[in-house]
Write a protein that binds this ligand. Structure first.
Ligand code: EPU
Length: 360
């Protein structure tokens, strides 16, 4: 093994929350052989293995974690063009956003709406990363995984991954596979698809200012606009931002029966939280269900942006991000998360579910 297994390695600096204790054993895997060697090592000792990507969607307990943590640091991008069609294969350890910048810079269309998202490529299929109306599942051809039991690699097609909203078979069974690489399909020079009202407005505004109305924006332009929108919500990492220690959205947007959503909307109107039902953000989610905006529910449950509880709080820019202000403990973050869930449950009868992974 090129890299050695270290003991008692602090994990907090490797996560965006900057919270939690150490890993009992730690391996930085710079090659797939390192990953296999780490898994073999752990198997011989009968210790569990956890895989660390960019650490931007992860909560580590205060006591740390037993067993081996393997940090994916594999690198490699391979781009094959067939006319305007691109097939891109990327190693799990590559960082997502530099990849998106590289792609949009070549007018490769497909990921521009997923600009400014922290974390590693290998993590993207696990929670089916999404933003502004797009998800990685839309462009994914296959995921190459290592079966942790047999230590053999396999290709799982998009269908095998069983993707859902911020969900996949990987997320439901974190111990089964290690994502090694991902293949995506992109298109050069295509017109970026704008599917999100907020983004559509921003694109139109920019066209007006630049007097380019009627002409479609390029992938790079959409990237720039998306990053601008995300910055306003503190959703682009900035070392000077008071909201920087977070994991993006802390809860998923609840998908509930349409009849229950109707009730939430009626309640909101009756209580004077909105003056018209259309003011409650709500999206059709298929199967007779509706998706509500968790950030909206949190604010209307009385936890406004900038709320503080000791070392934690609600982001001052977006109510869906819980933020660590430094010097805190994971147990207090989790207690605060419960308070938020309790407030939304009490006010609206809606259950919020945590989005980041907790290494319990
Ligand atoms: N809203 C509020 N208050 C807030 C935040 C939002 O009332 O503090 C309202 C907004 O006015 C809007 C609605 O809620 O009507 C939706 O807000 P926004 O467009 O900001 O998106 P979101 O649903 O809160 C989701 C994703 C984000 C992604 C954005 C943009 C989830 C859990 N989150 O947030 O993803 O960037 O859409 O597409 O689906 C992440 O997963 O970590 C993440 C940042």
């Amino acid at each position: 093994m090129k890299n050695v297994i270290q003991r008692a390695v602090p994990l907090a600096p490797l996560t965006s929350f900057e919270l939690g204790g150490p890993a009992e054993y730690f391996l930085r895997a710079e090659s797939e052989r390192d990953v296999v060697a780490g898994l073999r090592w752990a198997k011989r000792r009968g210790v569990p293995v956890r895989i660390l990507g960019g650490g931007s969607n992860l909560v580590i307990p205060d006591e740390g974690v037993g067993g081996l943590v393997v940090q994916m640091a594999t690198r490699g991008r391979e781009l094959k063009m067939d006319g305007d069609l691109a097939e891109l294969t990327v190693a799990a350890g590559e960082s997502w956003d530099p990849l998106v910048a590289w792609l949009t810079g070549q007018d490769l269309v497909g990921f521009e709406c997923l600009s400014g998202i922290p974390g590693s490529v290998g993590a993207t299929p696990i929670q089916n990363v999404g933003a502004y109306g797009h998800e990685v599942a839309d462009s994914l051809i296959w995921v190459r995984v290592l079966d942790r039991e047999t230590l053999e690699d396999r290709l799982l097609t998009s269908r095998d991954c069983d993707f859902g909203y911020r969900d996949s078979r990987f997320k439901r069974d974190l111990d089964r596979f290690v994502v090694l690489s991902v293949r995506f399909a992109l298109r050069r020079g295509a017109v970026p698809e704008i599917r999100y009202a907020e983004l559509e407005r921003a694109v139109a505004e920019r066209a007006e200012t630049k007097r380019t109305e009627g002409s479609a924006p390029t992938a790079s332009e959409v990237r720039e606009i998306v990053i601008g929108l995300r910055k306003r919500k503190s959703m682009v990492f900035d070392p000077d931002d008071e909201n920087r220690r977070c994991a993006g959205s802390f809860f998923t947007n609840p998908i509930i029966e349409a009849a229950d959503a109707d009730r939430v909307v009626r309640d909101a109107v009756e209580r004077g939280l909105v003056s018209a039902p259309s003011e409650v953000p709500r999206y059709a989610a298929g199967d007779g269900k509706s998706k509500l905006a968790a950030g909206w529910l949190i604010e209307r449950a009385g936890l406004c942006k900038g709320t503080r509880r000791g070392a934690f709080g609600i982001s001052s820019k977006h109510a869906l991000a819980l933020v660590h202000h430094g010097g805190g403990q994971t147990r207090d973050l989790m207690a605060f998360a419960e308070e938020v869930q309790g407030a939304v449950r009490e006010r609206f009868g809606v259950e919020l579910h945590r989005e980041p992974t907790l290494w319990a």
